[in-house]
Design a protein around this ligand. Structure first.
Ligand SMILES: [Zn+2]
Ligand SMILES: [Zn+2]
Length: 428
């Protein structure tokens, strides 16, 4: 029993002892069915191979032509960084920084950290800074948006196909491999295995027992490495990440972010995403206006993707998060599992809303001034990017353990009633 690792489910706070897992096996929470651990085969070697390949591909995406474009005898060629550069030259340095960060800089840092960490583990040598890097990994994960960017590139190509000839460059090919290797690397990172390899597993706090919530026994599960800590600690005993017990006060932060996102959603839809200047005049296209243009040119698939990602998903996410926050403040014991599904979906789909911002960046980069028509980014692109980022942070600040509080108090009540009835029964 002592060699088994004790965990509190990060979503429902249930304390359990993990079974000993073989490669290819996973452990799920018995109460909310969340996957807690998936054990990979030869994790260090595999992740090193994927992360190193992804780093090489990242370096190869930078120097060569990414996309080439020809229209009416005029040719234009761009490299990957031109997508960020185009935003910078059009006076949107924040959008330029956002694109550079989510596509190149943060994924590059993530991969370099992985190679350093897992090489240190594979060589069984303690290199400096490994604990800091291991703590950083889980925080970086949601901000790696290369897969979203790739879909954005494909949509931009689809949009331009009708009026111009678009050719894929060598950097684009390398980029596809980079995305594939990066996604594989992210899926192989296993915090549980990683922290055990780095610092082994300290025993759970004395007096802890399984089959109850951590909060009810005054202990807290570490959100970074999973170790159980006493509520009195402010930082995890193993990884030194800060730990917090479920508290309704944190809902205020989530509410504030939801309000901010809702306000920004208005300019994101009123202002133009893109401005197209031709000899004939200037066309301003908002998100919905752009979708209408796509329908007019019979690009139904792209119209559906843009409409869903840019219009439906952000508003659905705002409504879903508001509903979850309301439920957390007014807990009901019913249908908690279904609500957890809603919470997981809002966490996963949010980042895909960034597609339209990337489409604007690529289109602007390809159609720089000097051609027959030129395209400029609009104010809505910045407002919209802010909506996506703020709703992502709002989903991160939301504590799903609060949704289970009602179930717990209900169970406590019924067990108390049961023991009362028993006592009364024995009394007679
Ligand atoms: Zn659970
Ligand atoms: Zn920890």
């Amino acid at each position: 029993m002592s060699s088994r690792r004790w965990r509190a489910c990060p979503e429902c706070d249930w304390v359990m002892a993990l079974p000993v897992l073989k490669a290819g096996e996973s452990a799920h929470c018995p109460r909310c069915e969340r996957e807690l651990v998936y054990r990979h085969d030869a994790p260090a070697q595999r992740i090193l191979a994927y992360a190193a390949s992804a780093l090489v591909m990242l370096l190869l995406t930078l120097p060569f032509s990414f996309l080439a474009f020809s229209m009416a005898g005029i040719q234009q060629e761009i490299v990957l960084f031109d997508a960020a550069q185009a935003m910078f030259t059009n006076d949107w340095p924040i959008l330029a920084l956002l694109i550079a960060l989510t596509i190149v800089i943060l994924p590059g840092l993530f991969l370099a950290a992985i190679v350093y960490l897992y090489a240190s583990i594979a060589m069984r040598t303690k290199l400096p800074g490994t604990h800091f890097l291991a703590r950083m990994l889980s925080g970086l994960k949601p901000w790696l948006m290369t897969d979203v960017f790739l879909l954005g590139v494909l949509i931009s190509i689809g949009k331009l196909m009708g009026m111009a000839h678009v050719e894929l460059g060598w950097s684009f090919v390398a980029f596809c491999f980079y995305v594939f290797f990066l996604v594989r690397t992210v899926s192989l990172v296993d915090a549980d295995w990683l922290w055990f390899a780095l610092l082994h597993e300290p025993a759970p706090p004395p007096g802890a027992y399984t089959g109850a919530t951590a909060a009810s026994q005054g202990i807290v599960g570490c959100p970074t490495c999973g170790l159980l800590n006493s509520e009195a600690e402010t930082a995890c005993r193993r990884c030194h990440a800060s730990i917090v017990s479920p508290s309704r006060f944190r809902l205020q932060a989530t509410w504030a972010l939801i309000v901010a996102a809702t306000i920004l959603y208005i300019p994101a839809n009123l202002y133009p995403m893109m401005t197209t200047v031709t000899i004939g005049g200037t066309i301003y296209s908002t998100i919905l206006g752009g979708v209408m243009q796509l329908i007019e040119t019979e690009s139904y698939v792209i119209a559906t993707i843009i409409f869903t990602a840019s219009f439906i998903v952000p508003i659905a996410k705002i409504i879903a998060l508001s509903y979850l926050c309301w439920l957390a403040a007014h807990p009901q014991p019913m249908a908690t599992k279904r609500r957890m599904r809603l919470y997981r979906i809002t966490e996963i789909i949010g980042r895909w809303s960034m597609i339209d911002v990337f489409v604007v960046a690529i289109t602007v980069a390809l159609m720089q001034a000097g051609l027959i028509l030129s395209i400029y980014p609009g104010a809505a692109a910045a407002a919209f990017a802010a909506v996506v980022i703020i709703t992502m942070i709002a989903a991160m600040t939301f504590d799903p353990r609060l949704l289970w509080a009602a179930v717990d108090s209900n169970m406590q009540q019924s067990s108390e009633e049961l023991s009362k009835q028993k006592q009364e029964g024995y009394g007679n």
